[in-house]
Design a protein around this ligand. Structure first.
Ligand SMILES: Cc1cc2nc3c(=O)[nH]c(=O)nc-3n(C[C@H](O)[C@H](O)[C@H](O)COP(=O)(O)O)c2cc1C
Ligand SMILES: [Fe+2]
Ligand SMILES: [Fe+2]
Length: 427
């Protein structure tokens, strides 16, 4: 964990932050090739409120304490700690913090306060806050609260400071990617912003995708506030163009309803190279229609970037040999993860090699689609015994073309004008 200098967000609003690096899996699961930041905010009226915190990974609470010290804020000046969301990536520092400075009031939703008990057993004075409540810090600084349940947990709220128009949105509008000394969109170059666009989609699909409809409801409610500054708990603070991250998130929610971009995510695995040869033919067909493909081999690729690519794609092509009368296991495992994250309403082509009996893979795929109610439209599968001969190659190319045409037509029908697609790295 690395610590940064505190920076001024707006009049009386400060940003404190810590980065976690590549050595950590977020949620014990998601790789962080570019790290992740955890942002905490200090609002100073006559009294001070600290909004959200950092995780309990090493160096806590020193990370925050050192930054407060650099700002000249004494612990006893912190009268309120606002917890928008109780997940330990924002609250892990609380216990050691409370040992050093026990005299503060904990503000969270009623459900959040219950979780604070369950996780940390704190004895502080507490105040349950919800939509319509406010907290007057004096000196013209008032905090207002908005419940945004299931963004990402059920207790989540957002905090709004109307004086500066700053929205402390916690996980909403968050992004993977560590923050250097450039913490604001106005300090980031276009290539850096492009990386955060990619990392915000990966964050959204990995962390929030399963709650996409709740996120969409929250986006509408928060947009009505017309924030001038969007200050999420992960990633950059958006103050030159707060609409940018909002429009990205709106687009990610729209992908969740489908159809998404006219793109195809190809997920494949192969033991002896038979299905691998088929992948090439399917890709030729897709390319012949001018449709972009994101290609991932499993189990070599982690599911995290696969989820991001699948989330933005209208089509999915699944290449898997038959294995013990079912799908090749690493392919089945990835499909199960996509299903749990509610990657729904896709156009799907399955293909692959078998040794002695076709149909096992297709049967299991249909089971997964049914079990999770994925609403996937399954195109006729292409199966072939052993190696794909010229006849099978022709069918595979044609199936790739067919999927690409369907994907293009569905995306065009959806009528949305979306941002230029950006590169999502294949495995
Ligand atoms: C452990 C194992 C289990 C298999 N199970 C089946 C099966 O249930 N049904 C079948 O038709 N072929 C089965 N096969 C044969 C493969 O599907 C066949 O070799 C195929 O060509 C492998 O394609 P690949 O090189 O793309 O992995 C199995 C092969 C292995 C190694
Ligand atoms: Fe969270
Ligand atoms: Fe978080």
């Amino acid at each position: 964990m690395s610590s940064l200098n505190p920076t001024l967000v707006a009049d009386g609003v400060w940003r404190l932050s810590a980065n976690a690096g590549q050595d950590i899996l977020f949620e014990g699961l998601w790789p962080l090739p570019h790290g992740v930041s955890m942002n905490s905010f200090l609002v100073k009226g006559r009294e001070c409120a600290l909004i959200d915190g950092v995780c309990g990974w090493d160096g806590v609470p020193q990370t925050l304490l050192a930054q407060l010290e650099r700002m000249g804020v004494r612990l006893q000046d912190i009268r309120y700690v606002v917890l928008n969301h109780l997940e330990p990536d924002h609250t892990g520092w609380l216990e050691p913090f409370a040992r050093l400075h026990p005299d503060f009031t904990l503000c969270a939703s009623a459900r959040g306060l219950g979780m604070a008990d369950a996780f940390y057993g704190l004895a502080q004075e507490r105040r349950a806050v919800g939509t319509g409540d406010h907290l007057d810090l004096g000196g013209g600084k008032v905090l207002e609260f908005h419940e945004i349940p299931n963004v990402h947990w059920p207790e989540t709220i957002a905090t709004w400071e109307p004086g500066t128009g700053t929205l402390f949105s916690c996980d909403a509008f968050g992004s993977f990617g560590a923050i250097g000394e450039a913490a604001y969109d106005d300090q980031l170059s276009e290539p850096e912003l492009a990386l955060f666009e990619e990392e915000s989609l990966r964050y959204f699909s990995n962390i929030l995708g399963a709650f996409s409809s709740s996120v969409e409801r929250a986006l509408r409610a928060l947009k009505a506030l017309r924030p001038r500054i969007v200050a999420p708990a992960h990633g950059p603070v958006w103050r030159r163009d707060p609409g940018r991250i909002q429009s990205w998130y709106e687009r990610y929610c729209a992908y969740g309803r489908g159809p998404a971009e006219p793109e195809i995510t190809v997920i494949w695995g192969s033991m002896y190279g038979m299905t691998e040869r088929a992948v090439r033919s399917v890709l030729e067909g897709i390319a012949a229609e001018g449709v972009r493909a994101h290609v991932f081999r499993v189990p070599q690729s982690h599911v995290s970037p696969i989820l991001a690519a699948a989330w933005r794609s209208t089509g999915i092509a699944i290449g898997a040999p038959v294995y013990e009368y079912r799908l090749f296991p690493p392919v089945a495992a990835v499909l199960d993860e996509l299903a749990r994250k509610k990657v729904v309403r896709k156009k799907v082509l399955a293909f692959g090699s078998f040794g002695w009996l076709a149909g096992g893979g297709g049967k299991e795929l249909a089971e997964i689609v049914e079990r999770y109610r994925l609403g996937w439209e399954l195109l006729p599968p292409v199966e072939f015994p052993g190696a794909p001969r010229e006849e099978a190659q022709a069918r595979l190319r044609e199936a790739g073309r067919g999927l690409a045409r369907e994907v293009r037509a569905a995306s065009a029908d959806s009528g949305s004008t979306r941002a230029q697609p950006r590169q999502v790295s294949p495995s």
